[in-house]
Design a protein around this ligand. Structure first.
Ligand code: ADP
Ligand code: MG
Length: 709
């Protein structure tokens, strides 16, 4: 009996050549084939008489081939077949390119259906590359809505349709993954029904619900994956940190400000998790500048107070150093009182502060030893921390800053070393300033609990955001000078480091990049021509770490007025005195990235401004930039970005392995929520899916195909 798992190779009539073609499309089983969905439909539902045909119409005619001949195109030696089709009302020409075999399939006298778009050429109507079907075969290709598939060499849409129809009709029953009451409640068809609609639609209206139904299948599996991972983690042991209210309050008393309400709520959620003997797995989301750093700092210090270690991972050295400084600056007094040690470890730099507040530049080996003997409690670092094989005997918390997804493998690497001494898994906290729309945090990030900081510290003024035309550049520069004269500072961001270094090689560089502002050139121009009286500095990824550190430090101390940089300053950098963020060729950056840039200013009581320079006049790019000027907060922007670009683009280039159709449906909150509830219900009754072997098998396959890390 034919099932979804049947291999296409075992189906009669699928020869080796066809099999190879299907393989190229990644189609091995019947399931693969029936999930190879059309990307559009041609509408051939209107049957027309030839005499009534009009230019621009897509139509099917029932006609007789009265003449057919082939010639070769003069230049490219392409086969061109021209035929004349006749019915009682008139005649029309048909032309096919590059399909010489048609001469054999349509000898003069053949009667059949011909479907295609009617075009005008040299004052006469003709059909270009019409789909045809001799009258003696069952009509599939020239009737009603005809699905058009992603094709490959040797496999045409037509070929796929020939294969698809008998298979879909032969499939009598398809096991459902999603419980029936769930899709019925959403008024969606069964899985098989949906597949039949998608491949043999009777109307376009039926197509949308069918697509949803297929997407629901994957979203449901995604939710099961997430929830199972969550349940599994909840059974692992972790260090329970017995912090007290008094200790927490002692730390909060050290802050030069009071926490905002949502900082407080998030901190409480995190600290509550930390008390449990099972690992926390949480995402702390908060707009740029909302103050996530102090939340982890307090958590890490409480763990340290009880002898536990924390690893704080930052994406850049600059940021790691900044977190280290925060610990030093804000908590200096209490760190001494409690005799806690913490260290900074990047590939370039290694320092540790000891109880007395004494900071020493230390040999790395020494610091690694001090971590390994449990002496150093908090380590701030980059990924070097993982690579260097540092082992933490009492690791209770891993906090990862500004990284959407921190690899499970990396987490495991840290954990394994900790586990040598103790079987506990560390609590895990991921921090992100890129607001993730709710639908995505429920799906892609669905195994994580969520804490949200949705307010900024009081006294912050909204940042004025403006799109600036090139002609207004002098005005913008005058404005920058005026702010700097008042004592403030400015960032200038450029998309590239150098202008095409190698002119001979210019052709190899995408054209569009040639006129994109480069940091070095912009730096020269600003330093020498425009602001010769001011101090301008430059920061980019090709500089040595020590140089970068020095530049950042000078800027943080207001020793330089303007910092020209690449996207290295994108995440996390905190210099409250900087109030202008000027972005060159702003259209080159994604919205989330621009949002991050802008978040570098507006961090004090001073009015800040973000200037978006662009030479791009396209409407789409304007609309994107405009979204940045109007969105009230990061979440609103994220929703807009998601709507404009779709989840695939929104999440970046990373391949998740989630099928496109499910990816697009991730926008659909109702679907996402229903799938999640259904998954929770299924697992509640049958957590290992013992009673549901089909689902279990599907889930395993799904996990293999999808890699979310
Ligand atoms: P982000 O959430 O973007 O990582 P940071 O943690 O870098 O933000 O905090 C931004 C700035 O706001 C820092 O200078 C920090 O000291 C300050 N800050 C944090 N919380 C508050 C608060 N509740 N009130 C005033 N300032 C705060
Ligand atoms: Mg931050």
């Amino acid at each position: 009996m034919l099932t979804l798992n049947t291999e296409l190779a075992h189906i009669q009539g699928i020869n080796k050549r066809l099999q190879d073609g299907l393989k190229k499309l990644g189609l091995i089983t019947v399931r693969d084939l029936v999930l190879h969905l059309p990307h559009r439909y041609d509408d051939f539902s209107s049957k027309a008489s030839i005499g009534e045909l009009a230019v621009g119409q897509t139509a099917t005619v029932h006609a007789r081939v009265s003449k057919i001949e082939m010639r070769r195109s003069f230049r490219r030696n392409m086969a061109i077949i021209e035929a004349v089709l006749e019915d009682r009302t008139g005649s029309v020409r048909a032309v096919w390119f590059n399909q010489p075999y048609i001469m054999r399939s349509l000898p003069v006298g053949t009667v059949g259906n011909f479907a295609g778009k009617i075009t005008l050429s040299q004052a006469s109507l003709y059909m270009s590359n019409p789909v045809y079907e001799p009258a003696y075969t069952e009509t599939k290709h020239t009737d009603g809505l005809v699905p058009i598939y992603p094709e490959t060499k040797g496999i045409t849409s037509r070929g796929i349709r020939y294969l698809m129809h008998p298979i879909l009709l032969a499939l009598k029953e398809v096991p459902e993954c999603v419980p029936a009451d769930v899709f019925k409640k959403l008024k969606l068809p069964s899985f098989l029904e949906a597949l039949r609609v998608l491949h043999m639609p009777e109307s376009l209206e039926a197509v949308e619900p069918a697509k949803k139904r297929v997407a629901l299948e994957d979203i449901f599996l995604l939710q099961l994956t997430n929830l199972q991972a969550k349940m599994k983690l909840a059974q692992e042991p972790a260090h329970a940190v017995p912090w007290t209210d008094a200790e927490r309050d002692a730390l909060l008393a050290e802050l030069p400000f009071t926490l905002t309400g949502s900082q407080r709520t998030s901190l409480d959620e995190i600290l509550t998790d930390m008390r449990h003997p099972h690992p926390m797995n949480r995402l702390l989301q908060g707009d740029v500048g909302s103050g996530k750093t102090v939340v982890i700092a307090v958590t890490a210090l409480l763990a340290a107070r009880h002898g536990y270690q924390t690893a704080i991972l930052a994406p850049t050295e600059t940021l790691a150093r900044q977190h280290y400084r925060t610990l030093e600056k804000i908590f200096n007094r209490i760190v001494n009182e409690w005799s806690l040690n913490f260290a900074l470890m990047t590939s370039a730099e290694c320092r540790a502060s000891y109880g007395e507040g004494l900071e020493t530049d230390l040999p790395k080996a020494r610091v690694i030893n001090r971590i390994a003997d449990g002496h150093i409690k908090i380590v701030v670092g980059t990924h070097a921390l993982i690579q260097k094989g540092v082992s933490f005997p009492r690791l209770a918390l891993v906090a990862v800053d500004e990284q959407h997804r921190f690899g499970v493998e990396q987490r495991a690497a840290l954990t394994k070393r900790a586990a040598d001494a103790h079987p506990a898994l560390p609590h895990f906290l991921s921090m992100s300033a890129t607001p993730i729309p709710r639908t995505l945090s429920l799906t892609i990030f669905g195994d994580l609990d969520l804490s949200i900081i949705d307010e900024l510290p009081s006294g912050r003024k909204p940042i004025i955001t403006k799109i600036v035309a090139s002609t207004d550049r002098p005005k913008a520069h005058a404005f920058m000078r005026q702010e700097i004269k008042k004592g403030r500072q400015a960032f200038v961001i450029c998309p590239r480091i150098e202008e095409s270094e190698d002119k001979d090689n210019a052709a190899a560089i995408p054209n569009a990049w040639n006129d994109v502002k480069a940091v070095m050139q912009e730096y020269e121009k600003l330093a020498k021509e425009i602001f010769p009286d001011l101090k301008v500095a430059m920061l980019h990824g090709k500089m040595k770490s020590v140089e970068k550190a020095k530049v950042m430090e000078d800027f943080a101390k207001n020793k330089t007025n303007i910092l020209v940089a690449t996207s290295v300053i994108e995440v996390g950098v905190d210099v409250p005195n900087a109030v202008i963020m000027a972005i060159e060729d702003a259209d080159r950056f994604g919205l989330a990235q621009l949002y991050q840039f802008r978040g570098r200013v507006g961090r004090s009581e001073h009015q800040s401004a973000c200037l978006l320079f662009t030479a791009n006049k396209s409407a789409v790019s304007r609309e994107r930039l405009k979204a940045l000027t109007t969105a009230k907060n990061g979440f609103e922007l994220a929703e807009k970005d998601l709507a404009m670009r779709g989840p695939g683009e929104f999440l970046g280039r990373t391949q998740t392995g989630i099928p496109d159709i499910a990816m697009n449906a991730l926008n659909n909150m109702e679907l996402v929520k229903t799938a999640r509830e259904a998954a929770a219900r299924v697992l509640k009754e049958d957590k290992d899916l013992q009673q549901n072997p089909h689902l279990k098998e599907r889930l395993t396959a799904f996990r293999k195909a999808v890699h979310l890390e």
